[in-house]
Design a protein around this ligand. Sequence first.
Ligand code: COA
Length: 151
Amino acid sequence: MNTTGEITLESPGDDVIEMDRMYFPNPWESSQWLALNPGLNRLFTWRFQGELRGFALFGVAPDDNVAHLFKIVVSPQYRGSSTGSIFWPLLTAHLVTKGVNSVFLEVGVDNSRAIRFYEKLGFKALRRVRGFYSDGGDAQTMTLTLKVEVL
Ligand SMILES: CC(C)(COP(=O)(O)OP(=O)(O)OC[C@H]1O[C@@H](n2cnc3c(N)ncnc32)[C@H](O)[C@@H]1OP(=O)(O)O)[C@@H](O)C(=O)NCCC(=O)NCCS
């Protein structure tokens, strides 16, 4: 599996919105993407020769050291070879430079692949939130403390 590519901070483009619509379990409406505040959100894309291979969207409030992971998606043909795990440390390295020391997320309780992925990264389960999603589905909340290198 070729895991080459570049991680870049971007504004949401059509291909990101399309990848969300196709592959994210709870995709956003275009209006939600348009309402994103660039001061509060960070969208990282993973591209190779312009081709979008994945993305991750975090909410980071000013003066807060907790990042909220809203979305992470890897294109299906690049999944399953630890691609997500290679992508992840590049994201957290950026967040740490912004003063973030933990990540919080919600994941559908039936999304076993994503839960396994998060557990492998070191996330710990917090609680089950009943009826979290618009279709009535439950969410699992999880948190990860980031390792901050002390020089
Ligand atoms: C969640 C996601 C980003 C993980 O990326 P990935 O590249 O698949 O991650 P990895 O290759 O590191 O695999 C993670 C784990 O998934 C599991 N897995 C692998 N193939 C699987 C399959 N076909 N079915 C179910 N689980 C599988 C394995 O447990 C694997 O861990 P292992 O390598 O120790 O066995 C990716 O699967 C994805 O984009 N999913 C759709 C969007 C989504 O659900 N995002 C999260 C919503 S909160």
